[in-house]
Design a protein around this ligand. Structure first.
Ligand code: DC
Length: 218
């Protein structure tokens, strides 16, 4: 990248299914390019957490919309957003079109201020269809389930591996089949399959893809 102003507004959109390695990759790319990172899954998780705390039903669309509109960015930093309970509730609120609409401007404003690496499910298709770089990060369902199980185990959350595999399959189905903001691979996205890649190799592949799109001096 030769032009500093262009770099300041660079948006790298990363989409893909749960536990494919998007987060790790997004953090590394953000660090490499000196950009902020927005994990948009945390927005849906924070909306779900707020509803659970208030005893609201995640499937209540009006309450979910209200929770999304009232979302305080500080809530996205909460330490209790990655529990199985929040996993389930977040995928329900994420299917509500009014929630997606309420969170859209938050995502655009965040990234357009200084540029950003933004990861989620509909970033390259709905939120930033104009992003100069789009990556689609995926991995086999079995490998993703194993990674999620390990991540939970490392945090002291004991669950059966088979139960994690079922959850991943259910969330994949929900993410891919919801009518609004479904997980779809953008036609122009560069696909990175991390099934057989460690984080270092995935980063190298992503960096090559970004440089191919924006110029080798990046
Ligand atoms: O990536 P994650 O597991 O933290 O995402 C939490 C939930 O939010 C998951 O059900 C997918 C959904 N999500 C979404 O619908 N759109 C996004 N841009 C990001 C996440």
């Amino acid at each position: 990248m030769s032009h500093p102003e262009a770099k300041a507004r660079l948006v790298i959109a990363i989409d893909g299914p749960a536990a494919a390695g998007k987060g790790t990759l997004a953090r590394r790319l953000a660090q490499h390019f000196g950009l902020p990172h927005l994990d948009t899954g945390l927005l849906y998780r924070a909306v779900a957490r707020r509803m659970l705390d208030r005893g609201e039903e995640p499937a209540d669309g009006r309450a979910a919309e209200r929770a999304a509109r009232l979302l305080d960015p500080a809530e996205v930093g909460r330490g209790d957003l990655r529990t199985p309970e929040v996993d389930r509730a977040a995928s329900i609120v994420a299917a509500e079109p009014a929630v997606r609409a309420a969170l859209r401007s938050f995502q655009r404003e965040f990234a357009l201020a200084r540029g950003a690496v933004v990861d989620g499910r509909d970033i390259g298709t709905v939120i930033f269809p104009d992003a100069p770089v789009k990556l689609f990060v995926t991995a086999s369902a079995a490998v993703r389930a194993e990674r999620r199980w390990r991540e939970l185990a490392d945090r002291g959350i004991a669950v059966e591996p088979a139960a994690v595999a079922v959850e991943i399959a259910e969330r994949d189905a929900q993410d891919r089949h919801r009518p609004v903001g479904p997980l779809i691979e953008a036609a122009e996205a560069v696909r990175i399959d991390t099934t057989d890649l460690d984080p270092e190799a995935a980063f190298a592949a992503a960096l090559e893809a970004v440089q191919a799109r924006i110029g080798a001096s990046a």
